[in-house]
Structure formats: structure tokens, C-alpha cells
Design a binder for this molecule. Sequence first.
Ligand code: TIU
Length: 221
Amino acid sequence: MPVIEAEPYEFAFEPATAALVIIDMQRDFLESGGFGESLGNDVSQLRRTIEPTRHLLEAARGAGLTVIHTREGHRPDLADLAPAKKVRGNPALKIGDPAPMGRLLVRGEPGHDIIPELYPLPGEPVIDKPGKGAFYATDLDAILKHRGIKQLIVCGVTTEVCVNTTVREANDRGFDCLVLADCTGSYFPEFQAMGLAMIKAQGGIFGWVAPSAALLAALVP
Ligand code: TIU
């Protein structure tokens, strides 16, 4: 069984029961004119994650690992959008409003889709989620259980929001999560550091953290 150098201690990687889960690498978060920017964020903070994640995705596909993508977003009629989420922060542009990449965070719009660099292949499940966590109001748990998945290799954005929420949900459901530091990103450098620190503290209370190179060493012989 490959052992991955990780914090707070080694991660016993089991490729046959592991899935690569790429969280919300959507144009709305990583490109200008989308939802992330509408909240006042600098999207350039996230773009350093693209190349290492692309490299890892290629290796994971080559090794036959299960690959799952998630997208945050809402129905075009916004029936699944909690009023509290819509008005939070009182932004000038709200979810569902027209923007340069289409209606903000709405399924089917260009901005809602995954960035071209990491575009899913046919057969790779794409989980559309209305919340920050990938388990809430989705069929992710059923998909993982049906495939016998026990470990999640987690990449994506943003570290302290959707990545942390998903890792916490996964941990409570009994999955072991390995979060790849260079393949996760935050609009705030201090939250990037603390978002990872909170996962691996207290003996890995929510999971493990490692650089993608540590996993690549196990994936690519
Ligand atoms: N705003 C922010 O940091 N993140 C989100 O709204 N969604 C995700 O993290 N995907």
C-alpha cells in the first residue's frame, strides 16, 4: 500500500478505494466577471491552483482513479436558493443576476461551468450542489458508497469555504480525506494557511494535508 508523506502523519493511500474530488473549479470563482469577483474578491489569488491540479488530474486519470467534480450553483428558477444566501453581504450583484459570464452561479450558464483546463471527461460524475458542502442536498454520498470509496483526495476552491465544509461533512460520514495544499486556494492567504491548519490539527481532526507532489510520487511509478 503506497504511503504518502503528509501532515500530521503518513497517509496510507489505497488507490482502489480512493476518489479524487475536485471542488468548484468553476469560471465563476476563478475568472474575472463571475460570482467570486462579485463578492469583492481578487480571483488571481486562486489561479495558482490550476496547473498543479491539471497535472494531478492527468495522473489520476492515467492511474484509473475515480474522479469526481463538483459545482456550486442553483436552478435557473432559483427555487433552491435560500433567501439568506441570496442577500448575504448585500452585494450589488446577486446570485441569478446577469453578469459577463451569464447569470451568476446559475446552472447551465457559462460562468457556472468548470474551467476548460480541468474540464470533466464523459463518465466522470459532476455533482451540482446548492450549498458550500458537497454532501448537502446532493447524491455524492450514494455515488461514493456505490463505488466502494473510502478515501477522498480533495482539491479545489475555496479552502476555508467549500473545501473545508466538504471535508468536515466527509469526515463525519467516515471518509478519510487527504487535502492537497497546492491544489486548494483561497482569496485570502491567511485563510489558505489556517484552512489547512484546521484540517490537520489535533492529530488530523478532519484529515491529512500534503503537497500534490507527494501523491504524484505514488500515482506515477
Ligand atoms: N466565497 C467563497 O470563498 N467561496 C464560495 O462561495 N464557494 C466556494 O468556496 N466554492
